[in-house]
Design a protein around this ligand. Structure first.
Ligand code: C2E
Ligand code: CA
Ligand code: CA
Length: 732
């Protein structure tokens, strides 16, 4: 390869480092350069620099091979040279995080993996400021600390417990798991692994101090021991993460009970030195041999389950399922293609009207981003925004969204406003106010017509920076909106202390408030009263039906956003053909919220004697199900039901009418921790094949369902007698 080093050297951003060397040692030009070269040559570490967008400008030659291999480094995103930090763990100082903050950082640990070789790096950097005082990138030092880490680990080889909590430490637990799995595998004995992660621990640590944080962790350990019973099965992995192993346990009913008890126990308030605090807990569970045969696989899958648990709302447990691996792969794919998507212009904005309830006039819109993916079609922001937030991509995408929304809004009539969602990562970037100011200037949009929607999570960072950010944004004259109110930590004190112009009441509140439970309604009513007293506007989100609209009116909420007025639409459908520049929408929708009855359309298999039939699952409860797809099944017929992924349960037909049957399970199903159900036990492929179950049942089911839907085959008749009778009937 034509030396990348020499190419990069021409754009050396390292020059200012040399200036520093010259000053401190009184060296001159060539000497200083020589010193830097010696430093690099002695493998004492290397230098790197990036531009403002985080792309590599300079990288010491010695590091190229270790970090990049043969491929080209110029122009690559610096943070992508390292393994992506584990998602879902709050508050770690990771490279993407410190990059977003654009401030000085020291000794951030990052890992790289190249050709199976893992290297641990310590990375430090400081921002480069150009002549106009603008952020122009980073410059810094990087050093391989793999060996130091190893010797530190070797030094603690003898220690088997975690000094703080007295639980097993990570290394020791890993050894135990490896030994257990190796011993259990030949006998096919099961073993479950549970990963436990605390929610909001970082907040406690930051607000009450590390000493309180440490005491809290000790109390958590005590509670864990109480639930699990055996101290020698519990490990503190580090930080606020714990791991528990359950040898010879595969019953998901039992595991779910334990996980549920852990969540309840750890969520009880703690009293520490007179402080009362509460934290939440998420749990991921995987069980060998179904979810993997080796300790590594099972732990990785428990980790995916933990990720899913954290993202399905806090305070949940989840069992690993194959879909999680697929969605992890999908996430990786989206992450890899996101950078190009922005360049190729695959993002687009849709706008949803914000309507004044009294006059039905559109007074603003909310910009909602979509990714028009060449293969997958329109991808929901709920899917890709969280991925973008794990890297610095969110800042670039966010800036594009802001610019596009302001450009569009500048063309709209009158004083119509545009609301733009701001990610907490963008909010943490000290440059954010400057970006907003630049966009406003470039597009000529009156700042008062721009609303920035923030969620409560912005309050989870250090207080001072947050206050300063609020100040500088307000200083620009833009309006601030508290989004999703009622979903997060929902402290009314946020409303009093932060300069919001408007609060947006979350859809879940609107939805809940028309049901029988009147508590929601009382809470909204109190929030609206407080907002009115503080001079803030109020808007209700997700209004779909007339009874919800009436309720919103009764509660004196001024504005509405929801399907009852309009879904989000493309920009060309906004403000067209308006003679007096007023866009009035008449509400349209159902009178009442239909009660959400979970109608299911999943295809599953049932086995009777030697036949394997596809049926549609219409309804599922712990003790039974309603299935459809077989004609005339006699009451009392025994079935083996195949729910997929090795989940089988015995059932008996208890009701039967034409093509639908009510079946009752031999054993109750158990909670899957996420509002669904699963079987207690599972069967491995080899059990099934030995029992004569067709190997590719999933393929078979999908194919049959397709044929049925296209009318190429008709519903199978169950009993031979019936089949004969029907055929005769058809002939006459
Ligand atoms: P959000 O900010 O709470 O946005 C409102 C979401 O509710 C939108 O979903 C909208 O289409 C949907 N919605 C509005 N009215 C109704 C209704 O009557 N019924 C129902 N069922 N849904 C309704 P969408 O567009 O899928 O966005 C989902 C989330 O993705 C947003 O929630 C926001 O958190 C995030 N997001 C969307 N666009 C952006 C963006 O430009 N930047 C950032 N950072 N996040 C975005
Ligand atoms: Ca929003
Ligand atoms: Ca919202």
């Amino acid at each position: 390869m034509a030396s990348l080093y020499s190419r990069l050297k021409t754009q050396i951003a390292v020059a200012p480092t040399r200036v520093a060397v010259e000053r401190s040692f009184g060296l001159h030009g060539a000497d200083a350069e020589q010193m830097c070269a010696t430093f690099e040559a002695l493998n004492l570490g290397g230098f790197w620099s990036t531009d403002a967008a985080g792309r590599i400008g300079y990288l010491s030659a010695g590091l190229l091979a270790a970090l990049v291999g043969d491929s080209d480094a110029a122009g690559r995103d610096f943070v992508t040279l390292f393994v992506r930090p584990r998602a879902g763990i709050d508050g770690q100082r990771t490279l993407p995080f410190v990059f977003a903050r654009k401030g000085r950082f020291e000794a951030v640990i990052a890992r790289s993996e190249l050709d199976e070789r893992e290297i641990v790096w310590s990375v430090s950097g400081e921002p480069i400021v150009d002549g106009d005082g603008e952020f122009a990138g980073f410059r810094g030092h990087i050093v391989d600390v793999t060996r130091d880490r190893q010797s530190a680990e070797e030094a603690s080889q003898l220690a088997t417990t975690d000094a703080l909590t007295g639980l097993l430490n990570r290394r020791h637990m890993t050894n135990i798991l490896k030994r257990t799995f190796a011993a259990f595998a030949p006998q096919r004995r099961p073993c479950a692994v549970m990963l436990i992660d605390l929610d909001r621990f970082k907040q406690v640590n930051d607000t009450l101090g590390h000493a309180v944080g440490d005491t809290l962790l000790k109390q958590v350990a005590q509670r864990l021991i109480k639930v699990v019973g055996d101290k020698d099965r519990i490990c503190r992995l580090g930080g606020d993460e714990f791991q528990v192993m359950f040898p010879d346990v595969e019953d998901r009913g039992r595991l779910g009970d334990v996980a549920g008890r852990i969540i309840t126990m750890l969520s009880e308030p703690y009293t520490i030195e007179g402080n009362r605090c509460t934290i939440g807990t998420s749990v991921g569970i995987a069980v060998s041999p179904y979810d993997g045969e080796t300790a590594d696989d099972v732990v990785r899958n428990a980790d995916l389950a933990l990720y899913a648990a954290k993202h399905s709302g806090r305070g949940r447990f989840r069992f690993y399922s194959n879909e999680m691996l697929e969605s992890a792969e999908q996430r990786r794919h989206l992450e890899e293609t996101m950078h190009d998507a922005l360049i190729k212009g695959e993002f687009e904005l849709h706008y949803q009207p914000l309507v004044d309830l009294a006059s039905n006039r559109v007074v603003g819109t909310e910009a909602l981003v979509r990714w028009n993916h060449p293969e997958s079609g329109l991808i929901s922001p709920a899917l890709f925004i969280p991925i973008a937030e794990e890297s610095t991509m969110i800042c670039r995408i966010g800036e594009w969204i802001l610019r596009k929304a302001c450009e569009d809004a500048a063309r709209w009539p009158g004083r119509v406003r545009v609301a733009v969602n701001v990610s907490p990562v963008q909010f943490a970037d000290p440059q954010f106010p400057r970006i907003v100011a630049t966009v406003l200037m470039a597009t000529g949009l009156d700042p008062d017509r721009l609303e920035l929607e923030l969620t409560e999570s912005v309050f989870l960072q250090e207080g001072e920076a947050t206050d300063a950010m609020f100040k500088s944004l307000k200083g620009l004259g833009v309006r601030l909106v508290l989004d999703d109110f009622g979903t997060g930590y929902s402290s009314l004190s946020y409303l009093k202390n932060a300069p919001f112009d408007k609060i947006k009441i979350d859809q879940s509140f609107v939805r809940g408030a028309t049901s029988n439970d009147n508590r929601n309604r009382a809470i909204i009513s109190a929030i609206v009263a407080l907002a009115n007293a503080l001079g803030m506007d109020t808007i209700a989100e997700g209004v779909e039906t007339f009874d919800q609209l009436d309720m919103v009116r009764d509660l004196k909420i001024g504005m509405v956003q929801g399907y009852i007025y309009s879904k989000p639409v493309r920009v060309e459908h906004l403000f067209v053909d308006l003679p007096d520049e007023e866009w009035v929408i008449e509400p349209e929708g159902p009178a009442k919220q239909r009660h959400e009855r979970r109608a299911m359309f999943r295809t599953i298999g049932v086995i009777h004697e030697d036949h394997y039939y596809p049926v549609t699952l219409r309804n599922l409860s712990q003790s039974g199900a309603l299935i459809e797809g077989l004609l005339d099944v006699p009451i009392g017929t025994p079935f083996m039901v195949d729910f997929g992924e090795g989940q089988f349960e015995l059932a008996t037909v208890v009701r039967s009418r034409e093509s639908s049957q009510g079946i009752s399970f031999a054993r109750d199903l158990v909670s899957d921790g996420n509002g669904g159900l699963c079987t207690r036990h599972r069967f491995m492929q080899h059990h099934l094949v030995a029992a004569g179950v067709p190997r590719n049942t999933e393929e078979f089911l999908t194919k049959q369902a397709g044929l049925l839907a296209s009318g190429k085959i008709s519903l199978p008749c169950f009993s031979v007698a019936n089949r004969k009778a029907r055929r005769e009937q058809a002939l006459t």
